[in-house]
Design a binder for this molecule. Structure first.
Ligand SMILES: Nc1ncnc2c1ncn2[C@@H]1O[C@H](COP(=O)(O)OP(=O)(O)O)[C@@H](O)[C@H]1O
Ligand SMILES: [Mg+2]
Length: 255
């Protein structure tokens, strides 16, 4: 399979006051085209930092980032979705989705058709003229996803996108995301601290933890379609939890 993005021995040290803090250490991550990969780790581990390195927003202090995507108008076709959809309250749904398309040199017809296609993918066609305050939390998050999809990215990075939603909304958005993934063949790196969510969504799960954070293991999930919970998912969740536990012991020893 073709590799779309790769981190090779990536380390990241950031300034914190007068000190430099090592956030990531010797991280190797490889994403194959079309794969759905989840990155799990406790809060504060360095998951968002790893995404920022992949996006090219921060330069790693060690190692290398390789992205096999052509540059279009100086930027690579990678989109990032956050936990909070970051919608502009004074813009309707349509022009919030249009935000990511500015500067791409599209005609207004192309722009409208991209927006319509993205809203259709997340089932929000009927809400195109609404204001953000007229949407539920789940709908707002779907606008955020539509904005990312409208760019037609090859690689979609998602940073705990469903973390702030209630359980019912979260599970329906998980199913919608799987449908989008199947229909568009995108490569997705999905960050979450929810192990069950990772097992349900991903083909492969990468565990990041410790101080500094390292990749502690990688796990393949069952063949699709995935079920929400059975003995196998339970066992896998236990294995992943054990990996996370090992690295927290490691921290104790290092201290
Ligand atoms: N700009 C920064 N300067 C210094 N430390 C940072 C900076 N950004 C994040 N950190 C620290 O890096 C660690 C990892 O943060 P983050 O990548 O946001 O973790 P996660 O997304 O897994 O919760 C945290 O300890 C955080 O305080
Ligand atoms: Mg984070």
């Amino acid at each position: 399979m073709a590799i779309i993005a790769e981190l090779l021995g990536v380390g990241l040290a950031l300034a914190s006051g007068a000190q430099r803090v090592q956030i990531l250490d010797k991280c190797d991550v490889r994403l194959e085209r079309g794969e759905f990969v989840a990155l799990v780790g406790p809060s504060g581990a360095g998951k968002s930092s790893l995404l920022r390195v992949l996006m090219g927003l921060v330069k790693p202090s060690e190692g290398e980032v390789r992205i096999d995507l052509p540059r279009e108008r100086g930027r690579r076709n990678i989109a990032l979705v956050f936990q909070d959809a970051k919608l502009l309250p004074w813009r309707r749904v349509e022009s919030n989705v249009a935000l990511g398309l500015e500067g791409l040199g599209l005609t207004s017809l192309e722009r409208r058709s991209r927006i319509a296609a993205a809203l259709d993918l997340v089932n929000l066609t009927a809400q195109i003229d609404r204001w953000p305050h007229q949407l539920s939390g789940g709908q707002r998050q779907r606008v955020g996803l539509a904005r990312a999809l409208a760019v037609e990215p090859e690689l979609l990075l998602m940073d705990e996108p469903f973390g702030a939603l209630d359980a019912i909304t979260r599970s329906s958005l998980q199913d919608e995301l799987l449908t989008v993934w199947r229909r568009t063949n995108k490569t997705i790196l999905f960050v979450t601290h929810d192990i069950d969510e990772a097992i349900y969504l991903a083909d492969r799960i990468i565990v990041l933890s410790g101080t500094p954070a390292r990749i502690r293991g990688a796990f393949q999930t069952a063949k699709r379609p995935h079920v929400r919970s059975n003995q196998d998912t339970f066992r896998l969740a236990e294995e992943i939890r054990a990996k996370l536990g090992e690295s927290s012991q490691l921290i104790e020893f290092e201290i």
